[in-house]
Design a protein around this ligand. Structure first.
Ligand code: BES
Ligand code: ZN
Ligand code: ZN
Length: 490
């Protein structure tokens, strides 16, 4: 879908105008209403449209209007910061019309500020995402028709400038959604690493460690997870040093289990297919690094993803096995399905020892328990640093990818003690997301650290928001990009 900022409205397709809550007309809506002989007000008289966010109605354009259709869409309440409202507005319109047969949609925005018209375009892009890669029999009427979106307004220049960064962000979100959506026979540790290598075009410096490299470094915790797989485990490192030379970087770590069968502690068959998305943390980190490099962020950021496949096999790790992590601590693997933490701790160790970060943040589809606690609305946030937790919470609110902090504490920490080793990889029946976070905490020392459990937000069976797609959401890309922009760029 091509996006174009213009101040000369094209004469075909649909023209879309915004109305706020309680049918408060935007200037563009007023202008189009009078150009069309009052057709918008007339149409509203016989409809339940009230300007609420998400409402969209279509009117056949009367003679004299330079378009085939008029679209009227709600923005909701007028507030101080309207960025997310305009984003949702753009998304709702595209969601409604993507496969309608219309090819061109022009958002008529009048004098709307450039930051907001760019948001409309960004929302439109987010809503236009589809995962049709493997559908060979999709009929013509089910395919997207909209291929051209114009933003028509006086602030064309600032709109274009603002959109250039958001366009990079949308690329990052698309990349993360593609990676999460692709099944385990297509995205495996080796192909994921290759895909990351392809990102060097964006200016990212890429390094990939293979099993031999990791064995030398003693990363047996990560390696134990991939022991039953036919694919070689990888650790991929993406470097973006756009900030001041010598400033300690932020390290982002992602869980990249390209398929989680549970290993010898095999998962039940029903729903196991969803575990192709168990690399959602790695996808978010990769997408965020893509966006950060694409918009040439003035910050030092390093993305590290641990890429493994968790399979049962004669060579697979057994329940009861004791392994040693790269930092020397020993782990009794009581359940091979609690594998994400085993991958993360070695990747975190690598991040801390190699890059001496000012802050380290990991993202992972780590526990089913986070769905019980927070559902699919908020990701779970755990941190040893109040300032970092607050920065991430703020970035969540601004980006629309929200996080909710849960506690850590020594009482929870005791639940992962075992007489057989320094710790075990499962807690017990209670507080499963917290005991998983306590496990990670044992590996971060005094580095300010946050863990974001995205098991509830990385994918959704139903499309809950017009900016999201049907399954993979790309959760974390917008959050991380905003966090870097707000807290680590001057
Ligand atoms: N990948 C799963 C967590 C998960 C569950 C992600 C549902 C997305 C949706 C993780 O590796 C896992 O299996 N965790 C276990 C931990 C348990 C064995 C302590 C879980 O949550 O059941
Ligand atoms: Zn698992
Ligand atoms: Zn998992």
């Amino acid at each position: 879908m091509k996006i174009n900022f213009t101040n000369k409205s094209p004469k075909k397709g649909a023209v879309c105008v915004a109305i706020f809550d309680d049918n408060k007309f935007s200037d563009a809506a007023n202008a189009l209403d009078s150009d069309s002989g009052g057709s918008i007000r007339k149409a509203l008289e016989t409809s339940r449209f009230s300007g609420k966010a998400g409402q969209v109605i279509q009117i056949l354009a009367p003679m004299g209007v330079d378009a085939d259709r008029i679209i009227v869409a709600g923005v909701g309440k007028q507030d101080n910061d309207m960025a997310l409202a305009w984003e949702s507005y753009g998304a709702a319109v595209i969601k409604e019309l993507l496969t309608s047969g219309l090819e061109t949609i022009t958002f008529s925005v009048g004098d709307l500020e450039g930051i907001y018209s760019a948001r409309i375009a960004f929302g439109a892009l987010l809503a236009a995402y589809r995962f049709d890669n493997h559908r060979t029999k999709l009929s013509a009427d089910k395919k997207p028709s909209v291929d051209f979106v114009c933003i028509d307004g006086s602030q064309k220049k600032t709109g274009e400038v603002e959109f250039s960064s958001l366009n990079e962000l949308a690329e990052g979100v698309y990349l993360a959604r593609d990676l999460v959506s692709e099944p385990g026979n297509i995205i495996n540790p080796e192909s994921f690493a290759k895909c990351i290598q392809g990102l060097s075009d964006t200016g990212l410096e890429i390094e990939v460690l293979d099993e031999k490299d990791m064995r030398k470094l003693g990363m047996d915790s990560l390696l134990s997870v991939g022991a039953g797989s036919n694919y070689g485990s990888k650790l991929a490192i993406m470097k973006w040093m756009g900030g001041k030379a010598g400033d300690a970087p932020v390290v982002l770590v992602g869980k990249g289990v390209t398929f989680d069968s549970g290993g010898i502690s095999l998962k039940p068959g029903n729903g196991m297919w969803d575990m192709k998305g168990d690399m959602g943390g790695a996808a978010a980190v990769t997408g965020a690094m893509r966006a950060i490099a694409g918009r040439k962020a003035k910050a030092n950021v390093i993305g590290i993803v641990g890429l493994v496949e968790n399979m049962p096999d004669a060579a697979a790790t057994r329940p009861g096995d004791i392994i040693k992590s790269a930092d020397g601590q020993t782990i009794e693997v009581q359940n091979t399905d609690a594998e994400g933490r085993l991958v993360l701790v070695d990747a975190i160790w690598y991040g801390i020892t190699s890059f001496k970060p000012c802050r380290i943040i990991d993202l992972a589809t780590l526990t089913g328990a986070i769905l019980v606690a927070l559902g699919q609305e908020n990701a779970g946030l755990f941190s040893n640093d109040d300032r970092l937790a607050s920065d991430l919470t703020v970035a969540g609110k601004i980006s629309g990818e929200e996080v909710w902090r849960l506690p850590l504490g020594s009482g929870y920490d005791k639940l992962i003690d075992t007489p057989n080793a320094d710790m075990k990889n499962i807690g017990g029946p209670f507080a499963g997301s917290i005991t998983a976070a306590q496990f990670l905490k044992r590996f971060v020392g005094d580095v300010p650290w946050a863990h974001i459990d995205i098991a509830g937000t990385a994918w959704k069976d139903k499309r809950a928001d017009p900016r999201e797609s049907v399954w993979a959401t790309g959760f974390g890309v917008r959050l991380l990009d905003r966090f870097i922009a707000e807290s680590h760029e001057s």
